[in-house]
Design a binder for this molecule. Sequence first.
Ligand SMILES: [Cu+2]
Length: 287
Amino acid sequence: MRHSWIAILWLAATLGAGPAGAAVERIAGIFAAANATPRATASLTVERAGPLEAKLDLWEAAHGSPIRNYDLDMTKRLHMIVISDDFRSFQHVHPTLGPDGHFTIDLRVPKPGRYEIYADAVPHGLGNQVFRFPVIFGRATPAAPDLSATGKTANAGPYTVSLGATTLRASAMTMLNVRITKNGAPAEDLRPYLGAAAHAVFIDAATLDYVHVHPLLGTPGMGATGGMNMPGMDEPAAPPPSLPDDAKVPASFAVHVSPVRAGRYKLWLQFRGSNGLNVAPFVLDAN
Ligand SMILES: [Cu+2]
């Protein structure tokens, strides 16, 4: 039943595509790093295999030429965050950089809809750059983001994630405490993901601007500022040190975040446990 529905949509999506059958779409990137200055442009070429799959080809261009030299940032050259317009789906994937300066990835989304695809990278010498690409998969009915209050606690796999607060200070640094429990006790089996104890992606619900930060683990030299998009990181900076894959991550840590504007924010907190990757969603307000 589900298969035939997908097949019909696929047919509809490819009918108008011409003899080659490939619907190729070029989407200009919207600069979306809340705390940084645009120093590049980016476009996304979407080659569709069906309503739920697309081959993405990202071209970062400064002065009209492709950027080929990216700093490693949390072990990867490009982080791609894919969220559905209703804010219910979150993916964190890593495209491959080819010798021609293009990143490519085969992306699959869970259901037809409009998605915001964020490309987050550090082109060498330019500092953190983030671009947002709105992409429609299949026949999509636009959905409003789900911004209903989540409270301080969310479940993620076998874990319960608790925040110290759901309120942030606008235009100021907030230290957000995070505590992860499993079966009612502090989680003992957390390990780094991509060199960080956790990855916190904040989206400003009004502007769709993006902030990606990592925990402060309290040890000097452990990446206290945590990486991408920290205030004052507008200038190119050395990448934060990354944790080895088998390091033990404490059950309590803090992330520092500085929302640019007052308003409502979606937060996805991604972390690795013995079961694999987990994502805890929250809704926060900055006042
Ligand atoms: Cu991260």
